[in-house]
Design a protein around this ligand. Sequence first.
Ligand code: SAH
Ligand code: SF4
Length: 350
Amino acid sequence: MTSHDGKVNIKDLTRADLTEQLIQMGEKRHRASQIYQWLFKKWIETFDDMSNISKSLREKLDRHYYISKLEPIDSVQSSSDGSRKFLLACEDGSIIETVLMETAGHKTICISSQVGCPVGCKFCRTGAGGFVRNLSSDEILNQVIYFKKHHLEPNKRFNIVFMGMGEPMLNMVSVIKAIEILNDESALALGEKRITLSTVGFVEKIKRLIDSNAKFKLAISLNATDDATRRKIIPNASNIRELLDAAEQFAIARDTRVTLEYVMLEDINDTAEDASRLAEMTTGRPFKINLIPFNEWEGCEFKTPSEERIDEFIRVLLPVAPAVTVRRSRGSDISAACGQLRASRLTTNE
Ligand code: SAH
Ligand code: SF4
């Protein structure tokens, strides 16, 4: 654990909070935007690099604040599709994973919101590994900054998905703060369409999201078409009808569509009856459906459905449901789904 002598973590502050603190220090309010740009647009790691800021203020900043970062410790390249998975170390030694994916020349960063996950979905390797702690907003942002700095072309658009480790709704304050900083024009300046928050679904929290200032798209991991099956694979899962109603409220209030993710598990949720139930509960509503064939991992009893099963599912779903897409095992050869690289590394280290 690094000691910062009681200094404040500057990347963990919203611009409004930083402005207020700077004013109290006798500084002009526009300094906050300048500092934000150094931190989030130029990704500097010492106050000394803030060249348009006076030496005396740089020294003052250095006495009050510190600049956090994540250290890369490992990465694995997928041979089949160009996705690459990275393990990044937090200052306390916790390890998180982020994946850089590329589809049709378009880069997407898949980031984590927690170290591990307390939800414990039966098909998810992160869930099987248990929960360590929430990430702070600067740790969430530093994943994006790491990629911006080392792996993304300047000025090229990219997307962010909260689909790495963890359940964002169980770390709502830090996740929303991080999204607001991603949105901020003085910081990453990413619009609503560039950020997707994926959640296993907490009805009241989804309703609260509607009123937040953060701009992002919402994806909900539905994963079953009846409550009994959903509760079997997702412990304490919320009720499907209430969940879809909350998702619809979000979509209508924000004039968007909510994506329903559906991890396909052989003989659990991949039958033609499931497909027609899924079609029935989504038809005419502001949703998109993303089918994700299960990414198998050692020690997990579930299987990926056959191609025929998946095709049959789509055949029933497609004519009735809103837009349907299938994620064809992207990165499966490097275990890119949720928590798998970290888990395999932790296992080999033990
Ligand atoms: N906790 C959030 C976000 C992280 S999981 C959520 O559950 O939505 C991101 C996505 O990966 C979810 O849709 C989840 O259902 C899916 N997922 C987890 N393990 C998987 C596996 N082994 N194969 C395929 N998808 C998986
Ligand atoms: Fe957590 Fe999402 Fe994995 Fe479920 S699927 S255990 S909510 S990370």
